[in-house]
Write a protein that binds this ligand. Structure first.
Ligand code: TXA
Ligand code: MG
Length: 329
C-alpha cells in the first residue's frame, strides 16, 4: 500500500522493519526495498521478492559516516584519506565498497558471504528519517524485480509488488533517477564498479586515480549463451530496446515503434507510435531523472520495439550509457 511519508507512517514503516518485514522507501536515486541488515529473515524476504540471485550482494544504507565506519573493518591510512576526500559527496548518491567489520552483525546473505560490504548514506529526507527511527542499517536494493527497470516513484514499486509489500512510503519522484555510483575502495587504485550521478570525473578530481573498465560486451553475450533464458541484461524493459539509427528505423517499417529522445532536436520520424522526450535541451540530469519512467511507460504500450539514442560517455553520460547499454537487446 502506498502511504504518504508522514512522520507517523515513517514510524510505522520503521516498526515493520524492526519486526523483520520489508518496506518500500524513496531515496534520491531510486526507490529501495529495505529490511534490517541484521535480520536474516527480512533479508531473505528481499531476495525472494526481487527474485534476486543470492550471489549478488545488497547495499547497506546508513544515516551517517559514523555508522558507515562502524560497519567497515578498520581503514588503512590510504583508505582513511580516501574516505575523507569522498565525504563531500555524503549524504548522497555514492556507495563505497570496504572490508566488512568482523562481528558487525550484518547478515551474511547481505554481502553474499563475502568479506566486503557496500555502504551508502542516502540524502533523501524520508530515507534519513527512516534510518534515524529504526536505528538499524538497512539492506536495500532497488525496489524492482531483478533485471527490470528500477523504480523512480512509489507507483512503480506498488505496481511491481502489490500486496506482498505492506508499505511503500511515497516520497515523490526520485531526483537523480538512476542508481548510485559504486566505488570499490578495497582495490588499488580504487575502482568504479557502477557509474552514477557522482561522475568518474568528479571522483578523479576528488581522489586522483580511479580505474574504470567498461564491461566487455563479449562477456555479456557469453553469459547469455551459457544460460539461455537467464539473460545477463539489466535495467531492461520487456519490449526489445535498440539503439536508434536511421537504418534500424527503416528496417522496422510496419512495426509499432516507440522512440526515446534526449532533446527536442533529435529525430522525429512520423512512423513512430509514440515519442518520449526526456529533456527539451538535452540536459543529462533531466534525462537521468526521466529515463526509467519513460522506459516503463513505453514498455506498457504493447510496442514491438523501443529505440533510444546512444549517448556520449562523459560526465553523467557514462552512467546513462552504462544503463542503456545493459538494457539494449
Ligand atoms: O541507488 C542505489 O544504490 C539503490 C538505492 C535503493 O539505494 N540501490 C541499488 O541496489 O541500486 P542494488 O542492489 O539494485 O544494486 C547494488 C549494486 C549491485 O550491482 C551489487 O552487485 C553491488 O551494488 N554490490 C553490493 N555489494 C557489493 C560488494 N560487497 N562488492 C561489490 N559490489 C557490491
Ligand atoms: Mg538494482
Amino acid at each position: 500500500m502506498i502511504l504518504e511519508a508522514s512522520d507517523q507512517n515513517i514510524a510505522q514503516a520503521a516498526e515493520l522493519i524492526r519486526s523483520g518485514d520489508v518496506v518500500g522507501f524513496p531515496t534520491e536515486t531510486v526507490y529501495g526495498l529495505g529490511a534490517s541488515a541484521f535480520d536474516p529473515l527480512g533479508v531473505e524476504k528481499i531476495f525472494a521478492l526481487k527474485g534476486r540471485v543470492r550471489s549478488n550482494p545488497l547495499i547497506v544504507h546508513v544515516k551517517d559516516l559514523g555508522d558507515l565506519l562502524r560497519l567497515s573493518a578498520r581503514l588503512s591510512k590510504t583508505q582513511q584519506a580516501l574516505v575523507d576526500k569522498l565525504s563531500s559527496f555524503w549524504p548522497g548518491p555514492l556507495t563505497v565498497v570496504l572490508r566488512c567489520r568482523e562481528n558487525s552483525g550484518i547478515t551474511p546473505a547481505v554481502t553474499a558471504g563475502g568479506d566486503t560490504i557496500a555502504l551508502r548514506i542516502p540524502s533523501h529526507p524520508v530515507a534519513q528519517k527512516l534510518l534515524s527511527l529504526t536505528e538499524i542499517p538497512l539492506a536495500a536494493p532497488s525496489a524492482n524485480r531483478s533485471l527490470y527497470v528500477s523504480p523512480t516513484c512509489a507507483e512503480h514499486v506498488a505496481s511491481c509488488f502489490g500486496d506482498s509489500l505492506s508499505i511503500v512510503l511515497d516520497g515523490g519522484s526520485c531526483e537523480v533517477g538512476i542508481e548510485s555510483t559504486v566505488v570499490s575502495l578495497v582495490e588499488s587504485p580504487i575502482r568504479l564498479l557502477r557509474p552514477g550521478s557522482v561522475t568518474l570525473e568528479q571522483l578523479r578530481s576528488a581522489v586522483g586515480e580511479v580505474e574504470y573498465r567498461l564491461p566487455p560486451l563479449q562477456e555479456h553475450q557469453k553469459q547469455t549463451l551459457l544460460s539461455p533464458g537467464m539473460l545477463s541484461r539489466h535495467y531492461s524493459p520487456q519490449t526489445p530496446l535498440l539503439w536508434y539509427s536511421e537504418e534500424v528505423l527503416q528496417s522496422l517499417a510496419g512495426k509499432r515503434v516507440g522512440i526515446i529522445r534526449f532533446s527536442d532536436h533529435g529525430v522525429y520520424p512520423a512512423s513512430a507510435v509514440v515519442i518520449e522526450t526526456l529533456s527539451s535541451t538535452g540536459k543529462p540530469q533531466e534525462i537521468a531523472h526521466r529515463l526509467y519512467a519513460a522506459l516503463r511507460k513505453l514498455d506498457s504500450l504493447d510496442l514491438d520495439v523501443i529505440l533510444i539514442p546512444e549517448i556520449g560517455r562523459d560526465g553523467l553520460g557514462l552512467a546513462l550509457y552504462d544503463r542503456t547499454r545493459r538494457a539494449v537487446s
